[in-house]
Write a protein that binds this ligand. Structure first.
Ligand SMILES: Cc1cc2nc3c(=O)[nH]c(=O)nc-3n(C[C@H](O)[C@H](O)[C@H](O)COP(=O)(O)OP(=O)(O)OC[C@H]3O[C@@H](n4cnc5c(N)ncnc54)[C@H](O)[C@@H]3O)c2cc1C
Length: 241
Protein backbone atom coordinates (compact mmCIF):
# COMPACT_ATOMS: atom_id res chain seq x y z
CA UNK A 1 0.00 0.00 0.00
CA UNK A 2 1.34 3.45 -0.89
CA UNK A 3 0.69 6.17 1.67
CA UNK A 4 -2.22 8.58 1.51
CA UNK A 5 0.07 11.51 0.59
CA UNK A 6 0.79 9.84 -2.72
CA UNK A 7 -2.90 9.49 -3.50
CA UNK A 8 -3.35 13.24 -3.10
CA UNK A 9 -0.29 13.96 -5.23
CA UNK A 10 -1.72 11.84 -8.01
CA UNK A 11 -4.97 13.76 -7.97
CA UNK A 12 -3.14 17.09 -8.20
CA UNK A 13 -1.55 16.22 -11.55
CA UNK A 14 -4.71 17.07 -13.49
CA UNK A 15 -3.18 19.98 -15.41
CA UNK A 16 -0.90 17.73 -17.40
CA UNK A 17 -3.70 15.21 -18.00
CA UNK A 18 -4.68 13.71 -20.32
CA UNK A 19 -1.28 12.70 -21.69
CA UNK A 20 -1.57 12.11 -25.44
CA UNK A 21 1.06 11.15 -28.02
CA UNK A 22 0.58 10.65 -31.75
CA UNK A 23 2.81 7.65 -32.37
CA UNK A 24 1.88 6.86 -35.96
CA UNK A 25 0.48 8.96 -38.83
CA UNK A 26 0.71 8.94 -42.63
CA UNK A 27 3.92 10.44 -44.08
CA UNK A 28 1.98 11.97 -46.94
CA UNK A 29 -1.66 12.38 -45.93
CA UNK A 30 -2.49 15.08 -48.48
CA UNK A 31 -0.92 13.18 -51.38
CA UNK A 32 -2.68 9.97 -50.33
CA UNK A 33 -6.06 11.71 -50.25
CA UNK A 34 -5.29 13.48 -53.53
CA UNK A 35 -4.50 10.10 -55.09
CA UNK A 36 -7.78 8.65 -53.82
CA UNK A 37 -9.73 11.60 -55.22
CA UNK A 38 -7.88 11.78 -58.57
CA UNK A 39 -8.19 8.01 -59.14
CA UNK A 40 -11.97 8.38 -59.16
CA UNK A 41 -11.81 10.82 -62.06
CA UNK A 42 -8.85 9.52 -64.06
CA UNK A 43 -8.28 6.83 -66.70
CA UNK A 44 -4.63 6.64 -65.58
CA UNK A 45 -3.25 3.93 -63.28
CA UNK A 46 -3.14 5.12 -59.65
CA UNK A 47 0.60 4.39 -59.45
CA UNK A 48 1.24 6.79 -62.33
CA UNK A 49 -0.78 9.50 -60.59
CA UNK A 50 1.23 8.83 -57.40
CA UNK A 51 4.53 9.29 -59.18
CA UNK A 52 3.58 12.66 -60.68
CA UNK A 53 4.93 15.79 -59.02
CA UNK A 54 1.77 17.73 -58.14
CA UNK A 55 1.95 21.06 -56.33
CA UNK A 56 0.55 21.34 -52.80
CA UNK A 57 -1.83 24.01 -54.09
CA UNK A 58 -3.26 21.76 -56.82
CA UNK A 59 -3.66 18.84 -54.41
CA UNK A 60 -5.43 21.01 -51.85
CA UNK A 61 -7.76 22.46 -54.50
CA UNK A 62 -9.03 19.04 -55.55
CA UNK A 63 -9.13 17.55 -52.04
CA UNK A 64 -11.12 20.46 -50.61
CA UNK A 65 -13.58 20.32 -53.51
CA UNK A 66 -14.12 16.57 -53.09
CA UNK A 67 -14.57 16.90 -49.33
CA UNK A 68 -17.07 19.70 -49.82
CA UNK A 69 -19.07 17.40 -52.09
CA UNK A 70 -19.29 14.86 -49.23
CA UNK A 71 -17.10 12.19 -50.88
CA UNK A 72 -15.57 11.34 -47.50
CA UNK A 73 -14.48 7.76 -48.13
CA UNK A 74 -11.36 9.28 -49.75
CA UNK A 75 -9.99 10.30 -46.34
CA UNK A 76 -10.42 6.87 -44.79
CA UNK A 77 -6.97 5.87 -46.12
CA UNK A 78 -5.21 8.00 -43.49
CA UNK A 79 -4.79 6.27 -40.14
CA UNK A 80 -3.63 7.82 -36.85
CA UNK A 81 -2.47 5.94 -33.74
CA UNK A 82 -2.43 7.64 -30.31
CA UNK A 83 -1.25 6.60 -26.88
CA UNK A 84 -3.43 8.02 -24.13
CA UNK A 85 -2.93 8.03 -20.37
CA UNK A 86 -4.15 10.03 -17.41
CA UNK A 87 -7.79 9.92 -18.47
CA UNK A 88 -10.63 8.83 -16.25
CA UNK A 89 -12.69 5.75 -16.94
CA UNK A 90 -15.62 8.22 -17.19
CA UNK A 91 -13.85 9.70 -20.19
CA UNK A 92 -12.75 6.45 -21.83
CA UNK A 93 -16.28 5.09 -21.52
CA UNK A 94 -17.39 7.93 -23.80
CA UNK A 95 -14.47 7.50 -26.19
CA UNK A 96 -15.15 3.82 -26.78
CA UNK A 97 -18.66 4.68 -27.99
CA UNK A 98 -17.03 5.73 -31.27
CA UNK A 99 -17.47 2.59 -33.33
CA UNK A 100 -14.98 3.35 -36.07
CA UNK A 101 -12.12 3.66 -33.59
CA UNK A 102 -9.91 0.76 -32.46
CA UNK A 103 -8.81 0.40 -28.85
CA UNK A 104 -6.44 -1.55 -26.62
CA UNK A 105 -7.12 -0.50 -23.04
CA UNK A 106 -5.49 -1.44 -19.74
CA UNK A 107 -7.50 -4.24 -18.20
CA UNK A 108 -8.80 -3.90 -14.67
CA UNK A 109 -9.05 -7.70 -14.64
CA UNK A 110 -5.42 -8.44 -15.42
CA UNK A 111 -3.78 -5.35 -13.91
CA UNK A 112 -4.21 -4.93 -10.17
CA UNK A 113 -4.36 -1.33 -8.93
CA UNK A 114 -1.44 -1.75 -6.53
CA UNK A 115 -1.44 0.81 -3.73
CA UNK A 116 -3.28 4.09 -4.22
CA UNK A 117 -4.78 4.11 -7.67
CA UNK A 118 -4.35 7.12 -9.94
CA UNK A 119 -7.50 9.20 -10.29
CA UNK A 120 -8.80 12.42 -11.79
CA UNK A 121 -10.18 15.26 -9.71
CA UNK A 122 -12.54 17.52 -11.69
CA UNK A 123 -11.79 21.23 -11.20
CA UNK A 124 -15.39 21.81 -10.00
CA UNK A 125 -14.61 19.62 -6.97
CA UNK A 126 -11.36 21.50 -6.31
CA UNK A 127 -13.09 24.89 -6.73
CA UNK A 128 -15.86 23.85 -4.34
CA UNK A 129 -13.21 23.21 -1.66
CA UNK A 130 -14.06 19.51 -1.56
CA UNK A 131 -10.63 18.15 -2.55
CA UNK A 132 -9.81 16.91 0.93
CA UNK A 133 -13.10 15.00 1.26
CA UNK A 134 -12.70 13.66 -2.27
CA UNK A 135 -9.15 12.46 -1.59
CA UNK A 136 -10.31 10.84 1.64
CA UNK A 137 -13.02 8.96 -0.27
CA UNK A 138 -10.41 7.72 -2.75
CA UNK A 139 -8.11 6.62 0.09
CA UNK A 140 -10.95 4.65 1.67
CA UNK A 141 -11.74 2.97 -1.64
CA UNK A 142 -8.08 2.24 -2.20
CA UNK A 143 -7.74 0.73 1.28
CA UNK A 144 -10.79 -1.50 0.80
CA UNK A 145 -9.63 -2.53 -2.67
CA UNK A 146 -6.23 -3.47 -1.20
CA UNK A 147 -7.93 -5.42 1.58
CA UNK A 148 -9.91 -7.43 -0.98
CA UNK A 149 -6.79 -8.20 -3.00
CA UNK A 150 -4.99 -9.33 0.18
CA UNK A 151 -7.93 -11.64 0.95
CA UNK A 152 -7.53 -13.24 -2.48
CA UNK A 153 -10.46 -11.58 -4.23
CA UNK A 154 -9.58 -11.55 -7.94
CA UNK A 155 -8.88 -8.13 -9.45
CA UNK A 156 -11.84 -8.58 -11.79
CA UNK A 157 -14.14 -8.52 -8.74
CA UNK A 158 -12.19 -6.13 -6.50
CA UNK A 159 -12.44 -3.53 -9.31
CA UNK A 160 -16.19 -3.26 -8.67
CA UNK A 161 -15.42 -0.58 -6.07
CA UNK A 162 -13.12 1.47 -8.31
CA UNK A 163 -14.75 4.78 -9.29
CA UNK A 164 -15.23 6.42 -12.69
CA UNK A 165 -12.40 8.76 -11.64
CA UNK A 166 -9.81 5.95 -11.88
CA UNK A 167 -7.37 6.68 -14.67
CA UNK A 168 -6.78 4.37 -17.59
CA UNK A 169 -4.31 3.88 -20.42
CA UNK A 170 -5.08 3.13 -24.06
CA UNK A 171 -3.74 2.79 -27.53
CA UNK A 172 -6.41 4.27 -29.78
CA UNK A 173 -6.43 4.46 -33.55
CA UNK A 174 -8.78 5.87 -36.14
CA UNK A 175 -8.89 7.10 -39.69
CA UNK A 176 -9.18 10.73 -40.69
CA UNK A 177 -12.90 10.50 -41.45
CA UNK A 178 -13.61 9.29 -37.92
CA UNK A 179 -11.15 11.82 -36.47
CA UNK A 180 -13.11 14.65 -38.06
CA UNK A 181 -16.39 13.17 -36.81
CA UNK A 182 -14.90 12.79 -33.31
CA UNK A 183 -13.75 16.43 -33.37
CA UNK A 184 -17.15 17.64 -34.65
CA UNK A 185 -18.93 15.95 -31.72
CA UNK A 186 -16.42 16.21 -28.90
CA UNK A 187 -15.05 19.71 -29.38
CA UNK A 188 -18.57 21.05 -28.82
CA UNK A 189 -18.84 22.82 -25.45
CA UNK A 190 -21.68 20.43 -24.61
CA UNK A 191 -19.23 17.52 -24.61
CA UNK A 192 -17.77 16.57 -21.22
CA UNK A 193 -14.72 18.71 -20.34
CA UNK A 194 -12.24 15.83 -20.13
CA UNK A 195 -13.04 14.23 -23.49
CA UNK A 196 -13.07 17.73 -25.03
CA UNK A 197 -9.54 18.33 -23.69
CA UNK A 198 -8.43 14.90 -24.91
CA UNK A 199 -9.83 15.35 -28.44
CA UNK A 200 -8.45 18.89 -28.61
CA UNK A 201 -4.96 17.50 -27.88
CA UNK A 202 -5.42 14.79 -30.53
CA UNK A 203 -6.43 17.41 -33.11
CA UNK A 204 -3.51 19.70 -32.27
CA UNK A 205 -1.04 16.83 -32.71
CA UNK A 206 -2.43 16.07 -36.17
CA UNK A 207 -2.52 19.74 -37.21
CA UNK A 208 1.17 20.15 -36.23
CA UNK A 209 2.17 18.22 -39.36
CA UNK A 210 -0.95 18.84 -41.46
CA UNK A 211 -1.99 22.48 -40.88
CA UNK A 212 -4.50 22.29 -43.74
CA UNK A 213 -6.63 19.93 -41.62
CA UNK A 214 -7.25 22.59 -38.97
CA UNK A 215 -10.42 23.83 -40.69
CA UNK A 216 -11.93 20.31 -40.54
CA UNK A 217 -10.98 19.41 -36.96
CA UNK A 218 -13.57 21.73 -35.43
CA UNK A 219 -16.84 21.50 -33.48
CA UNK A 220 -19.82 20.65 -35.68
CA UNK A 221 -21.22 24.20 -35.46
CA UNK A 222 -18.10 25.48 -37.25
CA UNK A 223 -18.63 22.92 -39.99
CA UNK A 224 -22.39 23.48 -40.31
CA UNK A 225 -22.53 27.21 -39.64
CA UNK A 226 -25.31 26.62 -37.10
CA UNK A 227 -25.83 24.94 -33.74
CA UNK A 228 -28.14 21.92 -33.48
CA UNK A 229 -27.72 21.44 -29.72
CA UNK A 230 -30.69 22.04 -27.39
CA UNK A 231 -28.45 24.11 -25.12
CA UNK A 232 -26.37 26.42 -27.31
CA UNK A 233 -23.21 28.27 -26.26
CA UNK A 234 -24.08 31.02 -28.74
CA UNK A 235 -20.99 30.58 -30.90
CA UNK A 236 -23.27 30.07 -33.90
CA UNK A 237 -27.00 30.73 -34.32
CA UNK A 238 -29.30 27.84 -33.41
CA UNK A 239 -30.88 25.83 -36.19
CA UNK A 240 -34.48 26.93 -36.77
CA UNK A 241 -37.32 24.42 -36.90
C1 LIG B 1 -22.57 15.98 -26.09
C2 LIG B 1 -22.83 14.48 -26.11
C3 LIG B 1 -23.70 13.94 -25.22
C4 LIG B 1 -23.97 12.55 -25.23
N1 LIG B 1 -24.85 12.02 -24.33
C5 LIG B 1 -25.13 10.70 -24.36
C6 LIG B 1 -26.06 10.12 -23.45
O1 LIG B 1 -26.64 10.79 -22.62
N2 LIG B 1 -26.27 8.77 -23.51
C7 LIG B 1 -25.66 7.98 -24.44
O2 LIG B 1 -25.91 6.77 -24.47
N3 LIG B 1 -24.76 8.50 -25.30
C8 LIG B 1 -24.47 9.83 -25.30
N4 LIG B 1 -23.57 10.35 -26.17
C9 LIG B 1 -22.89 9.44 -27.11
C10 LIG B 1 -23.54 9.48 -28.50
O3 LIG B 1 -24.91 9.07 -28.44
C11 LIG B 1 -22.77 8.57 -29.48
O4 LIG B 1 -22.85 7.22 -29.04
C12 LIG B 1 -21.32 8.93 -29.60
O5 LIG B 1 -21.15 10.32 -29.67
C13 LIG B 1 -20.75 8.28 -30.87
O6 LIG B 1 -21.27 9.00 -31.96
P1 LIG B 1 -21.64 8.36 -33.34
O7 LIG B 1 -22.54 7.20 -33.16
O8 LIG B 1 -22.10 9.46 -34.26
O9 LIG B 1 -20.20 8.02 -33.86
P2 LIG B 1 -19.39 6.72 -34.28
O10 LIG B 1 -19.75 5.53 -33.51
O11 LIG B 1 -18.01 7.24 -34.18
O12 LIG B 1 -19.83 6.49 -35.77
C14 LIG B 1 -19.58 7.48 -36.77
C15 LIG B 1 -20.75 7.49 -37.74
O13 LIG B 1 -20.80 6.22 -38.39
C16 LIG B 1 -22.15 5.89 -38.64
N5 LIG B 1 -22.47 4.64 -37.93
C17 LIG B 1 -21.70 4.02 -36.99
N6 LIG B 1 -22.28 2.88 -36.59
C18 LIG B 1 -23.44 2.79 -37.27
C19 LIG B 1 -24.50 1.85 -37.26
N7 LIG B 1 -24.51 0.78 -36.49
N8 LIG B 1 -25.53 2.07 -38.09
C20 LIG B 1 -25.58 3.13 -38.90
N9 LIG B 1 -24.62 4.09 -38.93
C21 LIG B 1 -23.56 3.91 -38.14
C22 LIG B 1 -23.01 7.05 -38.14
O14 LIG B 1 -23.22 7.95 -39.20
C23 LIG B 1 -22.11 7.69 -37.10
O15 LIG B 1 -22.41 9.06 -36.87
C24 LIG B 1 -23.30 11.72 -26.17
C25 LIG B 1 -22.40 12.29 -27.07
C26 LIG B 1 -22.15 13.66 -27.06
C27 LIG B 1 -21.17 14.23 -28.04
Amino acid sequence: MKDSKNVTQMSKRNNEFPVVHLISEPNNALKTIYLACRTCYSADYPVNIWEKDISQEAMLKLVKKVLQSGHHSTIEHCQYVFTISGVSRACTHQLVRHRHMSFSQKSQRYVTEEGPFEYITPSTIINAGLTEDYDKMMQDISAFYGKMIEKGIPAEDARFVLPNATTSTLVASLNLREMIHLANLRLCVNAQHEIRKLVDKMCKLIVENEPWLKEYLVPKCEKNGFCDEIKSCGRHPQKKG
